[in-house]
Design a binder for this molecule. Sequence first.
Ligand code: ADP
Length: 174
Amino acid sequence: MKRAIYPATFDPITNGHVDIAARAAQLFDELIVGVYDRPMKSLLFPIEERLEMTREALAHLKNVQIKSYSGLTVNFAKEQGAGYIVRGLRALSDFEWELQLSLANHKLEPDIDTVCLMASQEYSFLSSSILREIAMNGGPIEDLAPPVVVKALRKKAMVDEDGHSRIQIVSVRD
Ligand code: ADP
């Protein structure tokens, strides 16, 4: 039985991630989506929310489980009994980073191989950070993220960086 992990930060999950997970789920008998707990970058959503949104967004994929993890990705793969790490490639710029990552992981754990899937054309520009940027500026995100994420980002966009509401209550006299 072939089991793979698809590790990412998912801050938050986009339709590009969903596309890669759905295609990987067809290639492998079991796919474990790993939501990375503590990346070395600032986050918009805490781990519980990223996990919950990822669960809801991928609920339609029957051979897919969603788990959070911390520490080395290869250790998570080993713990899960997975022989493969799935990653997505959007552009040439992704390739260099993904190659470096896969070589580092191979050095750490030679038995685990990395499988890269090409991004679908419609999502090849999409990243979590671009999605957040559009959302925080009130742009249309319905085609870019699952409904649960659209809702959560809309809610976040209602408050500014200091936690103050951006909604202005205007009283209208009749
Ligand atoms: P990380 O912090 O691990 O890079 P990301 O959530 O940014 O986490 O991305 C994880 C993986 O998903 C990477 O392999 C990335 O290239 C891939 N990915 C992200 N967005 C897309 C997309 N729109 N289409 C295909 N793959 C994507």
